[in-house]
Write a protein that binds this ligand. Structure first.
Ligand code: ADP
Length: 271
């Protein structure tokens, strides 16, 4: 495995994840420090754009990117910086909030399945069905015997998507508790960011260890060959953006979408 390969961050199916052992400030594999890594991004975003265009033209496969993190983990920043070059015609971001009454009246995958990518599309899930084994577990929203079987339901659901041509990449943006405090302070201090801060964020922060335990179990139980998890060190935003771009490019290259063959154009003259 070379440095900067997606395998560097992939959780191999069957291995137990210990988030405490993964350095949130890692810059492992980056082409250099902040300046040179940011400079390398232009080329990566260009490659990503080209691959997305081919995926769209090919129309036979799709890509689902699942983004999960603890609050202030950088989901919004990742979407803004990594997906900004994609053609909006073939790319959608779907944010999952507290389920509506209608959504609660269905099984937990109902609202998620409805938003899964169609062939040719890239879809980014900003939060996802994993909330149903994360926040739901931490806050005891449903009993144990309801959320526990969901790991298997999730694996079956994702296997079904994969079997119908959807590649699934699941990204856990890994920040430290100190970094979260820094980001919350930055939100409080900056009037243009205060809207992102809710007092309830501090109640969630107090449950940090419960969230870590919930993430560790979810990642361990649902990193599969057809839908692997990647743990991306995310204290340094420039490293996070670079690593996520590398993972997506490698995935799309492996999917190898092709432009459809042109019609026979011999003799065609534009007058
Ligand atoms: P974000 O924090 O992603 O930027 P919001 O501040 O609107 O967006 O938060 C969305 C909220 O919805 C989060 O607190 C999240 O835990 C909650 N949520 C998402 N899915 C579920 C779910 N299935 N059950 C309960 N709460 C959920």
């Amino acid at each position: 495995m070379a440095k900067g390969d997606a395998a560097q961050w992939r959780v191999e199916p069957g291995t137990k994840v210990h988030l405490g052992k993964i350095d949130t400030r890692s810059t492992d594999g980056a082409p250099g420090g902040k300046a040179s890594t940011e400079a390398a991004m232009d080329e990566l975003l260009h490659d990503l754009q080209g691959l997305q265009e081919r995926l769209y033209a090919d129309g036979g496969q799709s890509l689902l990117v699942v983004l999960q993190a603890i609050d202030a983990g950088g989901k919004d920043g990742t979407i803004k910086h990594v997906f900004r070059g994609l053609n909006p015609a073939g790319c959608r971001v779907v944010s999952f909030k507290v389920p509506s009454e209608e959504e609660r009246n269905h099984d937990f995958l109902w609202r998620v399945h409805a938003k899964a990518p169609a062939k040719g599309e890239v879809v980014v899930f900003n939060r996802s069905h994993y909330e149903d084994v994360l926040v739901v577990r931490v806050h005891d929203i449903v009993p144990d015997d309801v959320w526990r079987p969901r790991y298997e339901f999730i694996n079956d659901f994702e296997a079904n998507l994969a079997a119908s041509g959807t590649r699934i990449v699941k990204l856990y943006l890994h920040i430290s508790k100190e970094e979260q405090a820094e980001r919350f302070r930055a939100r409080l201090d900056d009037p243009s960011k205060q809207w992102k801060f809710r007092k309830g964020d501090l109640d969630e922060r107090a449950k940090w260890d419960d969230y870590v335990a919930a993430f560790e179990e979810a990642i361990t139980r649902t990193s599969t060959d057809c839908a692997p998890w990647y743990v991306v060190p995310a204290d340094r935003k420039w490293y996070r953006n670079w690593a996520v771009s590398r993972i997506l490019i490698e995935t799309l290259e492996d999917m190898d979408p092709q432009y459809p063959p042109a019609e026979d154009l011999t003799g065609v003259v534009i007058t």
